[in-house]
Design a protein around this ligand. Structure first.
Ligand code: TRP
Length: 341
């Protein structure tokens, strides 16, 4: 993007299968709020991708498009600078996927470590929906459709970016036109937030998530239940900071790092009770996300505005994607200008 002072084009997004949680916030939302001013930022609400393993639950996906949009807006994503759009409202993406699918082999898809893990985790065995199996291709279509050069991802999504670059190279080699920039994975350097139960990953399907839209009461409850150090029985006992969910959260959200370091020291030494660190975290989450909760309440009473954001974002995205698709068809030699209806 030479014509303006932006650093490049970002494409990022989420499957709308539930409200977003603090793991999403620490891992990506905070970054998106910052990056939206430095980059052209497109945020895809990947409903079609969500349907690849939720075909029987369309209702869940549909309602969560709105929930996720409210989460974005309440966290500070600004629809005047970020383009928030709904994947299936940009049908050109499906055509891009169809053309790319001829550049990818079944063997290559089977080797994608992310898909492999997910297949295991979801217990599909051989009963994998074809759409699910092919979602790396559709994700490559999402990324290339706006000519993104930067995709902020967690470690686990790096194979998707590699596969996207392979598709881009193959396309350029076969059709001779260099349309797309190489895609860089911007791997976030924030540590992944654990679930409130202490397991490595916070996930809505794992039942250990705390949503950013949680009420004060829900935040108190979740913090109260958080896994700390099971051997820290008495206040005077020395405690472990590593693997302690309360400290992992404080690492992510406590603005006062020097006080936090002192607290860790004290906790390790003994003499600092769980209730003190939990009170501190509770206060930080309740106060630090008060605006988020307030904006959500306002938007819940103004759903026509939320829908307008999606309509306008999808319209803007569609314009850009249609232009890319037309270049793709041109490069492939299937523009059929002389007999196109
Ligand atoms: N795979 C992402 C998720 O699981 C959603 C997504 C769809 C996406 N297309 C994308 C992310 C393109 C980054 C780039 O939430």
């Amino acid at each position: 993007m030479a014509e303006d002072n932006k650093k490049g084009v970002i494409l990022t997004g989420d499957r709308p299968t539930g409200r977003l949680h603090f793991g999403h916030y620490a891992g990506s939302l905070a970054n998106r709020v910052k990056m939206q001013h430095e980059y052209h930022q497109y945020i895809i609400i990947a409903d079609a991708q969500a349907l690849t393993d939720n075909a029987e639950d369309v209702n869940k996906v549909r309602t969560n498009i709105i929930e996720v949009t409210i989460d974005y807006l309440s966290c500070g994503i600004d629809p005047a600078v970020s383009v928030i759009f709904v994947q299936s409202l940009v049908p050109e993406l499906f055509e891009l996927s169809a053309h790319y699918s001829n550049l990818v082999t079944v063997a290559r898809l089977e080797r994608n470590p992310t898909v492999k893990d997910e297949i295991k985790q979801k217990g599909f065995q051989r009963n994998i929906p074809v759409g699910f199996f092919c979602y790396p291709i559709s994700q490559a279509a999402d990324i290339t459709s706006v000519k993104a050069d930067t995709v902020p991802v967690g470690e686990d999504q790096i194979p998707m970016i590699e596969q996207t670059n392979e598709i881009i190279r193959k396309f350029h080699n076969l059709y001779g036109a260099k349309i797309f920039p190489e895609v860089k994975a911007a791997v976030s350097n924030v540590a992944r937030l654990p679930g409130i139960d202490g397991s490595e990953k916070m996930g809505k399907s794992l039942g250990n998530a705390l949503n950013i839209s949680a009420s004060e009461q829900e935040i108190r409850q979740a913090v109260h239940m958080m896994f700390t150090d099971p051997n820290h029985l008495r206040v005077s006992d020395p405690g472990k900071v590593e693997g302690n969910v309360v400290f992992r959260f404080l690492d992510a959200f406590d603005p006062n790092t020097s006080e936090l370091e002192d607290l860790k020291e004290h906790y390790r030494r003994g003499g600092l009770g769980d209730s003190v660190i939990k009170k501190r975290l509770e206060g930080i989450l309740i106060e630090g996300f008060a605006d988020t909760r307030r904006i959500r309440r306002e938007l819940e009473n103004d759903l026509s505005y939320v829908r307008e954001v999606l309509r306008e974002g999808s319209r803007r995205a569609r314009e850009v994607v249609a232009a890319t698709l037309s270049q793709v068809r041109q490069a492939m030699g299937i523009s059929y200008d002389s007999f196109r209806p």
